[in-house]
Write a protein that binds this ligand. Structure first.
Ligand code: V4E
Length: 238
């Protein structure tokens, strides 16, 4: 998969019985980890307003989460907002935001820099063969930094992450990784089925760490993403 895998994921709120439910369903603890994420954008927020999330995950490296390209894949021009659904802009205009998201996760420096340049409408420079060079050349600045403690479970092809962020927010997610857009609908069904089995009702959207971080620590950035239709403005779960 030269352009990275597609992640289909749905957040939920874990309760005191979530790990027991996972065990009862046959899930296996895959591991625990701690990491820090540093997120980057232009000073005028052109990446995140286009639903592109560039981060340095310490210990893992550079990653870009962005809406999957349509089949054919060459459209790297600036994109309309994704309505918080990870690349389903036309649906977002009429329907409530979905509880699940679909993003491509790019990890190869070439793919990351190519996509960043496409969104920002600039030609890549030769010195940008590694992400830090492009970050400097494009004038990207850190806008968020937080740590996460994570416990991960595996159940069949699904993964469940139970996250505790260091700014005092806990959130969980069910995730499937697929290789192609055609595999997304079936993965989505599996993800939502497990989310229900873990006790989360089908309609409740649960905000991710970034949404809550921005709301608390970067309110102007948060408001800009609400206006752009990239974040949905969900209240934090009780
Ligand atoms: C905010 C955001 C993105 C960056 C953070 O991605 P997220 O999956 O929330 O973080 P994390 O640490 O769980 O990443 P993982 O380890 O699973 O790769 S990517 C997309 N968004 C926007 C977004 C949205 N609009 N709605 C929801 C529910 N989540 C994220």
């Amino acid at each position: 998969m030269p352009w990275g895998s597609i992640e289909v994921e749905a957040k939920f709120t874990a309760g005191p019985d979530t790990e027991a439910r996972l065990a009862a369903l046959g899930a296996a603890l895959a591991g625990s980890s701690s990491f820090r994420d540093l997120y980057y954008d232009t000073p005028d927020l052109r990446l995140t307003r286009a639903d592109h999330w560039l981060r340095l995950r310490q210990g893992a490296g550079w990653e870009l989460k962005c809406p999957p390209l349509p089949p054919g894949g060459a459209a790297l021009a600036p994109q309309p907002p994704a309505g918080g659904t990870g690349g389903v802009p036309e649906a977002a205009a009429q329907e409530p935001p979905a509880v699940a998201t679909t993003y491509q996760e790019l990890t190869s420096p070439r793919a990351i820099v190519g996509r960043l340049c496409g969104v920002l409408g600039v030609a890549p420079a030769p010195a940008w063969d590694q992400v830090p060079g492009a970050v400097a050349g494009l004038g990207l600045q850190e806008f968020a930094s937080f740590g996460t403690r994570r416990r991960s479970y595996r159940l069949g092809g699904l993964r469940v992450d139970l996250d505790q962020a260091d700014f005092g927010y806990a959130v969980a997610e069910v995730e499937a990784l697929v290789a192609a857009q055609e595999e997304v609908p079936a993965a989505l069904e599996e993800v939502l089925q497990l989310r229900r089995a873990l006790g989360q009702d089908g309609a409740t959207r649960v905000p991710g760490k970034m949404s809550v971080y921005l709301q608390r620590h970067r309110p102007r950035h948060y408001q800009a993403l609400l206006r752009a239709g990239v974040l949905a403005g969900d209240p934090e779960p009780p």
